[in-house]
Write a protein that binds this ligand. Structure first.
Ligand code: ADP
Ligand code: TYD
Length: 207
């Protein structure tokens, strides 16, 4: 638990709309006069952005699940040290596009490394978001949207629809924890954004 209780994350399958909604929430909260740091994973600090290109580009078999887990954890440690904790200490609301739940799913579930993920998280990271928006969407829609982006960061999308389906089910399982809010991502962007903003404001008012 962070001292400020203002650490928010967005999670969901590729193409679910996390980046769009994280950006819209940051914009609305800033317009309401609140200080916001918007960040993302993998990345969010200089060192972690360098690791990002190592993990997201190239052949799907480039790294084993174990190596990937170490790379994502190293990136996250740098992100927490250099960006997240300083921003929370400065009184900002921190909004991150993905955090450790993505590792729990993509490396933990896919690589059958759930216990190792938990140990590394506890010893090397030590914090979880206070509020997590899970943008839930059928895997087919997410994959089609993500592939339509035609960027070079396709390593995970290239692993296919079956993986995306398992990830969706896994996220819904994690979302049984109280810090999660499940958001229906199969609606238009404005409707989803209004839903998320109302949820965030209700949370902040109750803090
Ligand atoms: P993610 O960060 O989860 O991968 P993005 O926010 O990058 O998702 O969205 C993936 C693609 O889908 C982008 O081209 C984006 O413009 C589009 N998109 C986002 N939200 C919606 C929505 N609610 N309806 C239709 N398309 C959307
Ligand atoms: P991201 O840029 O958020 O992709 P998208 O916008 O398509 O959702 O993340 C890229 C990929 O990195 C995504 O397929 C999930 C993967 N990933 C992991 O495997 N483990 C992690 O810990 C994180 C943060 C991301």
């Amino acid at each position: 638990m962070t001292p400020s209780r203002r650490f928010f994350s967005f999670e969901g399958v590729d193409g679910s709309g996390k980046s769009t909604q994280a950006r819209l929430l940051a914009q609305s909260l800033r317009e309401a006069g609140l200080p916001v740091t918007l960040t993302r994973e993998p990345g969010g600090s200089t060192g972690a952005e360098e690791i990002r290109s190592l993990v997201l580009e190239g052949d799907p078999d480039r790294w084993s699940a174990e190596t990937e887990l170490l790379l994502f954890t190293a990136a996250r440690r740098d992100h927490v040290e250099k960006t997240i904790l300083p921003a929370l200490e400065a009184g900002h609301i921190v909004i991150t596009d993905r955090f450790a739940d993505s590792t729990r799913l993509y490396q933990g579930l896919r690589g059958e490394l759930t216990d190792t993920v938990d140990i590394l998280h506890r010893t090397m990271i030590g914090i979880d978001p206070d509020l997590t928006f899970l943008i839930d969407i059928p895997a087919e829609i997410g994959l089609a949207r993500a592939q339509a982006r035609a960027d070079t960061e396709q390593r995970f999308e290239d692993m296919g629809l079956d993986l995306q389906r398992r990830m969706r089910d896994g996220f819904l399982e994690l979302a049984k924890a109280p810090r999660f809010r499940i958001i229906d991502g199969a609606r238009d962007q404005g409707t989803i954004a209004a839903d998320i903003l109302a949820t965030a404001m209700a949370y902040l008012d109750a803090c």
